[in-house]
Design a binder for this molecule. Sequence first.
Ligand code: ADP
Ligand code: MG
Length: 269
Amino acid sequence: MSGLVYTSSASGKAAGETKPAPVIRLERIHKIYRMGDIEVHALRSVSLEISRGEFVAIMGPSGSGKSTMMNIIGCLDRPTKGQYFLEGVDVSTVDKAGLADIRNKHVGFVFQSFNLVPRTSALENVELPLIYAGVGSAERLRRARAALGEVGLSDRERNMPNQLSGGQQQRVALARALVNNPSLILADEPTGALDTRTSVEVMGIFQRLNRERNLTVVVVTHEPDIAQYADRIIQFRDGRIHRDTPVQSRKDAKEVLQQQPVEEDEDDL
Ligand code: ADP
Ligand code: MG
């Protein structure tokens, strides 16, 4: 990670204030996609701070800029204009290789479609980010097993993705997102392809990681019910933040699951 400048006083707070730098800070971020002579202004001056240990849900209609913002936060893409500080580091000007490096160190991604590698075991899928990070095989195995354990799938490590239920596949994806010990988990509609109960289970894993590890979690969802598991909801509209509100009575996934009857054929708890 050469060439990065750590900006310890970038927040411009008054001297003596000890508030830690936010994990994420966007300053008037714009994103314009250009396709031929058509321009799409996907983000229009988005400013946002997310602190360590927050659990944020991003909502808003289709096309409002949610995924674009997640891609920028996750260093998969760069803003057209504006500044982005991740862990206090200005990443808006970092080149592609630098972004990949930052991503590997800090960010775990979860997607709606799981994105597991087919014909590759659960364990090997979880090991992949460690291979990219150059971790040796013994350490890789140990950490991949631990991550699968965290999501309750120790007994499925040899299964291929097509031998797992949707919920289990998403848990493997979650283990893969966790295995590099990121400080930030970004999930773009992680429950979009799951049934209600399985969705609550996945939100339960996010809530546990958020509480126990103080992991910062940002989840895009179009389901108001799912957003209630977060502690803050940010609503997008037309490439802008429309509302940013705390969740008044946050739902607890563990409690919700305990109140529901377990279905007969549920084998993946
Ligand atoms: P959301 O996730 O809220 O549905 P997106 O961030 O995917 O919204 O998209 C915001 C806008 O940017 C939309 O108008 C979409 O068509 C456009 N857009 C998204 N990605 C691209 C891209 N790679 N190239 C061109 N336009 C894009
Ligand atoms: Mg999207």
